[in-house]
Design a protein. Sequence first.
Length: 439
Amino acid sequence: MKKGFPRLLLTKVLFVLLLPVLAGCINKKSGSASVQIDFWTFPNFSSETGTAGDFEKSLVAAFEAQNPSVKINFTLLSFADGAAKIEEAIAAGKAPDIVYDAPGRIIEWANNGLLEPLDDVLATEKPYITTGLLAVSAGKDRRTYMYPMHEGPFAMAFNKEMLEDLGLIDLLPYKRRDRQWTVAEYEKLLTALKKKLPKGKTPGVFFYKTQGGDQGTRAFLVNLYGDVTLLNADYSRYTFNTPQAVKNLTWTVNAMKKGLLLDGKDLTSNDAIAMFVEANAAHTILYSPQLNKMYDGKRKYKGKDFTPIYMPFPNDSGAPSLEFLAGGACVFKNKDPNKVKAAKSFLKFAATDEVWAEKLVSATGSFPASSKIEIKTDDDEILYNSVLKKFFGQYYNTVTGFPEMRKFWNTALKDAAAGQNIQNVLNVFVRNADNSLKK
């Protein structure tokens, strides 16, 4: 028995050492996952089936096929209550592992210490990513917390076929180099549209029922007569109460009074875009290739699809200043390092896989953040949008107090449209917005 004891002990030791290997083999054979992570996203992607969420499900399935030890639980959020659901999950200590969103919310989470830095997973990719996108993907500690994957401009769009039928297409300088134009040209077109459009149709909508889509109203109002910014150069002070800012807002209020723009006090940005898509408005002040892709199959003018012509905002002082979309994903902190590792691995796959990285950008209808990815198209309007990149203006979605500023902006629009003194309205906006920077 004494001779057999060491042999038995050795056998037990070997068995214990081999357990992880055997377990790995069993997992591979059974296909069971050793790590489960949650992936949440808003409706940022279109799909070949036309069903929201189907692209994300295909992306997840492709990743899981290559990484059988990881199981991804996908949740599609709505723009209506998605943000609230994320905040509720965070408050309950049940934040998802991955959220695909924009820098505004992501960097706020990062600055609150909720996210994992992604500099490790981005190490080899940063040289290929647009510098500006890396800048807006960084927290106050200068570490990167959003993996940028797509970008795109927000601009105006006009119904080409409608303008052609009304004999007004020549008033839209879309054949001009860069398509830059003036307030006088814009007003002339709106006036002609008002005269020729049938009852129930409008030249366009200036919406302000809610904060949603305010990137459209902000960009609209920092252009027009020009020489206006929302903030100063170092983002330390709000500046939208100058004489030029007053002039821009005054023109807009008067345009609504004249019927050149429909007063959108009871309309959201989604309502205004729907009016454009349904050909009840000749143009929209908020549009993008991504939004256009989301409305594929829904654009109808006289029963047929119509062509949106993209235009920069009119600007009398020179080049227009456009707001832009930056999209990407973040990883929430988790006590389980395996979950963090799996989440980062999924981000890397989505952004760099030879097949799926291009598919992801294409599904957004936008443009790639990385120069490694090339979008192939012969669509003149999409090609024009790639030109608009040079007109990208300030990106202040990550500025301290940005959510509060949006409330003050919406209040200012409502007060100005209601007839209050515009200089006073903007002075109040700047004072309140400046205070939000100090929080």
